[in-house]
Design a protein around this ligand. Structure first.
Ligand SMILES: [Zn+2]
Length: 58
C-alpha cells in the first residue's frame, strides 16, 4: 500500500485520526470473495491503536 492510496480514517470512539495509531487489518470473519487462485479476500477493518476499537474502513 502506498501513501497515496491511504484514505484518512478516524476512530469513531476516541476521534483518533493519527495514521500511525490506526492499523488496517483483514477481518477474517468477513470473506468478500475468492480470488481466481481460490484464496479468500477478506474485508478490511481498522483498528485503533489508542483505544483498541475496531471499525469499518470506508
Ligand atoms: Zn480509538
Amino acid at each position: 500500500m502506498t501513501e497515496s492510496e491511504f484514505k484518512r480514517a478516524k476512530c469513531p470512539k476516541c476521534d483518533n485520526e493519527n495514521p500511525r495509531m490506526l492499523h488496517e487489518e483483514p477481518d477474517k470473519s468477513q470473506v468478500l470473495y475468492y480470488s481466481m487462485q481460490g484464496t479468500p479476500v477478506y474485508a478490511r477493518r481498522m483498528k485503533c491503536g489508542k483505544c483498541g476499537a475496531f471499525f469499518a474502513k470506508e
